[in-house]
Structures are given as structure tokens and as C-alpha cells.
Design a protein around this ligand. Structure first.
Ligand code: NAD
Length: 363
């Protein structure tokens, strides 16, 4: 199969959909891999590194899209890419079609077969192609939080681990799932005093079994959130209710009673945010002040670390890419029920329930 990877052109997107290791793997399985020149530059991957792994470097986006049987991307296609759609194209990428009516129409009109990373789902309900980005955002959260705490960045001037004889920062993590656990691990590594709140007691038991004595696990409810937050120096919001907006767990009034200079990082801002005052910010201007606290609400945190994010994403996508390339998409979807849940459009029809509901289209 011809597997093609264009450069990402969405504003501030520096990831790329394959690494040289992925190229090497697909070529070893007898496939042809075509990479648009410069596609890996934002992630520190040169054309030469792809060519050395066996890829053919294409001169531009048009020739890359035109050569593809299977086209791999990171972000959903933007309007200028719709012209490349055709009925014999198979597209595998993040799509978020429920929020993208124009893209949904373009895919349906052109008859593209589109498989969305974000709806590939294992029988455990885990989302294997979203998890790597939650891990990245989670591990990044205490690092950006610690940075915002520095005096020159407008923070209270608190060093997270402290030094011998001083108090370390108190870090509270709301939601101990994939992102929250990753955040907790880095906060522990930085020497913070860490509390995790979750409504899922099974999850708290798992965290307790792994980190007993080093992390405090507390059942999440408004009383305990209040109690933890008024003592916190850094709060990381990482809750998720699948398919719903994030619950607002931290009111403006509660923030007014928090320590001056406390920092709140809302990872869940991409789902509306779990703090009442959250609104999406950018890497260029990531923070704003609420009462005497600083909020960090970047909706695309992995964008700050494209090199790590590219490897994390492609490690997770490659087994599915290999399966599709080896077996063809129909057989691959029959073989892998998790991948089958990613199918979003085929032959001008929507095949995803939530997308059909979002746009009042028949399934
Ligand atoms: P997850 O499902 O693995 O974890 C969510 C956790 O929240 C679960 O353990 C759940 O029990 C818990 N929870 C639900 N309601 C709660 C409540 N009221 N109090 C405490 N805990 C509660 O989800 P995840 O993969 O860790 O994702 C977390 C969030 O991070 C999502 O909103 C996701 O979209 C977002 N995210 C953001 C970025 C970014 O760049 N900002 C990147 C990746 C993921």
C-alpha cells in the first residue's frame, strides 16, 4: 500500500503523523511510504532521516495527497486540504467531526473513507490513540505549573520541592485517570506533597496500591475539593466524563479563598474546563488571573512538546497503521473491533453514531 504523510498546516501544529521508525516498519512490511518535504521539521525530524528509513520525499502537499492509498495526519484536515479529498482515499487522523460540520460535509461529498483516532476504543473503554496525548498533557502540567509559580512569571515565588528545612508545594490533582496519574507522577518526582481526588474508588485503590505513603487519595466531592484547594499551591484539573462537558468542580468563590499566588492548571479545558472561570488560552499567552490565583488553560498542551508528542502518538498509531496497510481497511476493521469504532465516514455515509447525531444525519 502507498502510505503518505503530508506536513501539518494547522496553525501552531508541529507534530507529524509518522517517525522514521514507523517508515522503517512499514517499508519492511512491503509498503511504500511517501513523506512531504519538511513534514517532520517541527518535531526535529529531517527529510534525510525519513529517506534513510526508506521513505520517498515528495515535493509538495498536492503530490503527497495524490500518491496516497492511506493518508496519515495528526490534526483534522483544514479547508485548503478539502480539495485533495477523493472517493478512493483512506484517511486516518484525529477528526473531531462532531464539532466540524464543514469537514463532515466535505468528507461525505467526496466519499473519503475516514477513520478517526479519537474514537478507536478498546473493550475496556480505554481510548488508545487519545491516551498518549493525555499522558503528555498530564506530565507537562506540574512542569508548567512549577514554572508559573516562579516570581518572574507572576507567581508566588515558590520552589515546588522546597529545600531542606522548608515546605514543598502542595499539589492537588482532580481526576486520577490517564492525565491525572501522569501529572501526579511528575509532581511526586518534583518533590511535591500530592493529593489526588477521584469519584472512582477503584481508581483510587489502584493509585493507593502503587503509591501508598507518597500520595494521599481522597474521594472527590465538593466538601473534600474545598478542603484540599484552600491548602493547595498548585491544582491540576484532569477530570473527564466521557462524551460530556467537564463538570465545574471549582467555583469562583472557592478560588477567592485560595492562597494568594496559587496556580490552577486546567487540562480539561478542551472539554469546557473543570474550573468555573476557565477559558482556553494559547502557548503564546497561557495564563490569566482570577482573584489572587493564576490560571493556565492551554487547550493544546502537547503542542508545546511536539517532538515527544510525535513519538508518543506514532507509537500508539503504528500498530493500527500496519494492520490497515497489511490487510486493507475492510479486513483490518473486521479483525480489530477497537479500530472498527474509529470508522467515521465511508462512501458518502456517516458511520459514527455521535457524528450522525451532532449533524442530524442518517447512519
Ligand atoms: P480519563 O478518563 O483517563 O480520566 C478522567 C478521570 O476523571 C477518571 O478517573 C474519572 O473517574 C475522573 N472524574 C470524573 N468526574 C470526577 C469528579 N467529579 N471528581 C474527580 N474525578 C472525576 O481521562 P484523561 O484521558 O485523563 O483526560 C482528562 C482530560 O484531559 C480530558 O478532558 C481530556 O480531553 C483532557 N486533555 C487535555 C489536553 C490538553 O492539551 N489540554 C490534552 C490531552 C487530554
Amino acid at each position: 500500500m502507498k502510505v503518505a504523510v503530508p506536513a501539518e498546516i494547522k496553525n501552531n501544529e508541529f507534530r507529524v503523523a509518522i517517525t522514521p521508525a514507523g517508515v522503517h516498519d512499514l517499508v519492511a512490511h512491503g509498503h511504500e511510504v511517501l513523506i512531504e518535504t519538511g513534514a517532520g521539521r517541527g518535531s526535529g525530524l529531517s527529510d534525510e532521516s525519513y529517506a534513510a528509513a526508506g521513505a520517498t520525499i515528495m515535493p509538495d502537499a498536492a503530490s503527497t495527497w495524490a500518491a496516497a492509498d492511506l493518508l496519515l495526519k495528526v490534526k483534522e484536515p483544514v479547508q485548503s486540504e478539502y480539495a485533495f479529498f477523493r472517493s478512493d482515499l483512506l484517511l486516518f487522523t484525529y477528526l473531531h467531526l462532531a464539532a466540524e460540520p464543514a469537514l463532515t460535509s466535505a468528507l461525505l461529498e467526496s466519499g473519503v473513507t475516514a477513520i478517526a483516532y479519537e474514537t478507536v476504543q478498546l473493550p475496556t473503554r480505554a481510548l488508545p490513540l487519545l491516551a498518549p496525548m493525555s499522558e503528555v498533557a498530564g506530565r507537562l502540567a506540574p512542569i508548567v505549573g512549577a514554572n508559573v509559580m516562579l516570581k518572574p512569571n507572576g507567581g508566588p515565588g515558590l520552589l515546588v520541592p522546597g529545600v531542606p528545612g522548608t515546605h514543598p508545594a502542595r499539589v492537588t490533582v482532580l481526576g486520577g485517570g490517564v492525565a491525572g496519574t501522569a501529572a501526579m507522577q511528575v509532581a511526586l518526582g518534583l518533590g511535591a506533597q500530592v493529593t489526588v481526588l477521584d469519584t472512582n474508588l477503584f481508581r483510587l485503590r489502584e493509585i493507593d496500591a502503587l503509591y501508598y505513603g507518597r500520595v494521599q487519595t481522597i474521594a472527590s466531592n465538593s466538601f473534600e475539593i474545598d478542603r484540599a484547594l484552600v491548602l493547595s499551591d498548585l491544582v491540576i484539573g484532569s477530570v473527564l466524563i466521557p462524551g460530556a462537558r467537564a463538570p465545574k468542580l471549582v467555583s469562583n468563590e472557592l478560588v477567592s479563598r485560595m492562597k494568594p499566588g496559587s496556580v490552577l492548571v486546567d487540562i480539561a479545558v478542551d472539554q469546557g474546563g473543570c474550573f468555573a472561570d476557565s477559558h482556553p488560552t494559547t502557548h503564546a499567552d497561557p495564563t490569566f488571573t482570577v482573584h489572587r490565583s493564576l490560571f493556565y488553560c492551554v487547550a493544546n498542551m502537547p503542542g508545546a512538546v511536539p517532538s515527544t508528542s510525535t513519538y508518543a502518538l506514532t507509537n500508539a498509531t503504528l500498530p493500527y497503521v500496519r494492520l490497515i496497510a497489511n490487510r486493507g481497511w475492510k479486513d483490518a476493521l473486521r479483525t480489530d473491533a477497537a479500530l472498527a469504532l474509529g470508522l467515521s465516514t465511508v462512501g458518502g455515509r456517516v458511520t459514527s453514531g455521535p457524528v450522525a447525531t451532532a449533524h442530524s444525519l442518517p447512519l
